[in-house]
Design a protein around this ligand. Structure first.
Ligand SMILES: *Cc1c(COP(=O)(O)O)cnc(C)c1O
Ligand SMILES: [Zn+2]
Length: 413
């Protein structure tokens, strides 16, 4: 393992690699740690050629940059998702080179699989048999699926508004499911108490520093898929902030190793109905609690748990923050689906909506190269997706009726 230690994101205190707690002993629960690597050792033992000739076709392809001793044995295949060149969409938007990273094609349908499988492997290496998490949905369903494959048990807390598809996934994957009569914050707090009381392994993303390390593999993968040509922008939807922190970390690692010669700018996207990070104070890094009313449930996080890492990821990349309305999210969902054949859940569609808004506002220039990350599969929340569609109308099974119907639509006349 090439981990050299940890640093507290709040007070900057360093800890040796043997340190076992997830958080800083001075700052307690809010003192989230960041994993540090010995890049010199990695450089001396792992070259670009080693990477390019690796036969591993999952997130474990990047093992030298991951905080585990070994890759898991007989796990679900996480990572190695397609990066599509989105020519139809780019044409429609009138912009330059555009890519879509389809994370909805991970085994349980979201980018969260990268973090959850990391949690499973860390739990196995530490000798745990039960993992606990609270989630708005995807962290939970991905944990449940990945744990099931590895023979681990899961105890999962979700807020009552979690979409039914995600709750059903948990049930099918055999979790002990607690649907909390409250919001995400309350589900999170109850899970924290349960972890203390029962001694479960903690998969809460913003507390467990290793999860960002799983998520960062999406950025590393994009970089390899682009043959190490750095895009100008990478667009990421943001809830707790761990995903965008991971995306930053992945690019940063490759930059440190000399695999890339610059860093992309990050555009952090939130829903205007819940955008505490968009509204943060850049000087103090302070955020104010927000309500969680958006349809983009996976990024409806009123109190982001990882604000510092997210704010610094965007600031250090010279990026920007942007808010998008639920209406813009629904329109982006239809646009992405109809131009590129990628169906994204609302939180994932927010990234395209963010790109559109950033192009309009001149934050992103038309000629710049952009990667949007579609973080989760549209089939996870068809109730909200159906708000983007027109009501279904029945056609009698005759040619006359068909002609009438098509004439009304103005197609195939
Ligand atoms: C979790 C999630 C996000 C945001 O990740 P954070 O780490 O909470 O910022 C975005 N999109 C989808 C689909 C997610 O599940
Ligand atoms: Zn601290």
């Amino acid at each position: 393992m090439n981990v050299s230690g940890f640093v507290c994101t709040l007070c900057g205190k360093h800890y040796p690699k043997q340190y076992e707690s997830f958080t800083c002993e001075d700052c307690q629960d809010i003192g989230i740690l960041e994993v540090l690597y010995d890049y010199e050792t990695i450089k001396n033992t792992w070259s670009k050629t080693d990477l390019l000739t690796s036969s591993v076709d999952s997130m474990w392809r990047y093992l030298p940059l991951l905080p585990v001793k070994n890759a898991p044995i007989n796990a679900l295949r996480v990572g190695n998702t397609p990066l599509y060149l989105a020519t139809n969409l780019a044409k429609k938007l009138g912009c330059g080179t555009l890519y879509v990273k389809d994370e909805g094609l991970n085994p349980t349908g979201s980018l969260k699989d990268r973090a959850s499988l990391m949690a499973c492997q860390k739990a196995i290496e530490a000798g745990f048999d039960t993992i606990c998490a609270s989630s708005t949905g995807n962290a939970a369903s991905s944990l449940a699926g990945n744990a099931a494959k590895l023979g681990l048990k899961t105890v999962i807390f979700v807020p009552k508004r979690a979409p039914i598809a995600k709750i059903t996934q948990l049930q099918i994957f055999g979790s002990t499911l607690i649907v909390v009569d409250g919001d995400y914050k309350q589900a999170f707090e109850l899970s924290t108490k349960a972890i203390k009381k029962y001694g479960f392994y903690n998969r809460n993303a913003a507390i467990n520093p290793f999860l960002v390390e799983g998520k960062k593999t999406v950025a590393i993968e994009i970089c390899e898929q682009l043959k190490f040509q750095v895009p100008d922008w990478v667009v990421v939807s943001v809830g707790d902030g761990c995903t965008i922190a991971g995306v930053y970390q992945g690019f940063y690692d490759f930059y440190q190793l000399g695999f890339m010669d610059s860093m992309p700018k990050l555009l952090g996207v939130q829903a205007t109905l819940c955008q505490p990070l968009v509204l943060h104070d850049p000087l103090t890094e302070e955020i104010k609690e927000s309500s969680e009313d958006t349809i983009a449930d996976s990024i409806a996080v009123g109190i982001p748990r990882n604000p510092k890492k997210a704010i610094r990821a965007v600031a250090n990349s010279n990026g920007a923050w942007i808010g998008v309305t639920d209406q813009q999210i629904l329109e982006a969902m239809t646009l992405l689906g109809s131009t590129e054949g990628v169906f994204s859940e609302p939180a994932a569609s927010a990234s395209l909506a963010g790109l559109q808004a950033a192009l309009t506002q001149g934050i992103i220039q038309k000629e710049e190269t952009v990667v949007i990350i579609s973080t989760g599969n549209g089939l996870k929340d068809i109730i909200n997706a159906s708000k983007a569609t027109t009501p279904i109308e029945l056609t009698p099974p005759t040619l006359e009726a068909l002609q009438e119907f098509l004439a009304k639509k103005g197609s195939y006349e």
